[in-house]
Design a protein around this ligand. Structure first.
Ligand SMILES: [Zn+2]
Length: 113
């Protein structure tokens, strides 16, 4: 589970950003998690208290927006919603997919007090 490491580096990144803006506290952090990013939203939530502990984001609320994993089958062209563990085309059974959406993890919004 690498969610904790992901959050740790995110906290550092955000710290740099907000310091430039002279902000000392962040009220809420909104993260978009793609279903195909390999990051498990539930693990992100569970890791947040540890990742933010003793940092300037200790009081920050974490909000997750899950982005559906949309893929296109390279063999038959079918576009469908896939999850990380199951990347097989429901029509032809191929697993050769082009990911159209849901491959990223990104900071959507940093809400400051
Ligand atoms: Zn197919």
């Amino acid at each position: 589970m690498h969610e904790l490491g992901v959050l740790n580096s995110m906290v550092h990144t955000i710290e740099r950003i907000v310091k430039e803006q002279n902000v000392t506290a962040v009220h809420k952090l909104v993260i978009e998690v793609g279903e195909l990013s390999g990051i498990v939203p539930r693990y992100l939530e569970q890791s947040w208290p540890a990742a933010s502990y003793k940092t300037f984001m200790e009081e920050t609320k974490l909000e997750l927006i899950v982005i559906p994993g949309i893929v296109k089958c390279k063999d038959c062209g079918r576009v469908f919603n896939a999850v990380y563990s199951d990347l097989n085309c429901p029509d032809c059974g191929s697993n050769d997919m082009e990911i159209l959406e849901g491959n990223d993890l990104m900071i959507k919004e940093i809400v400051c007090n």
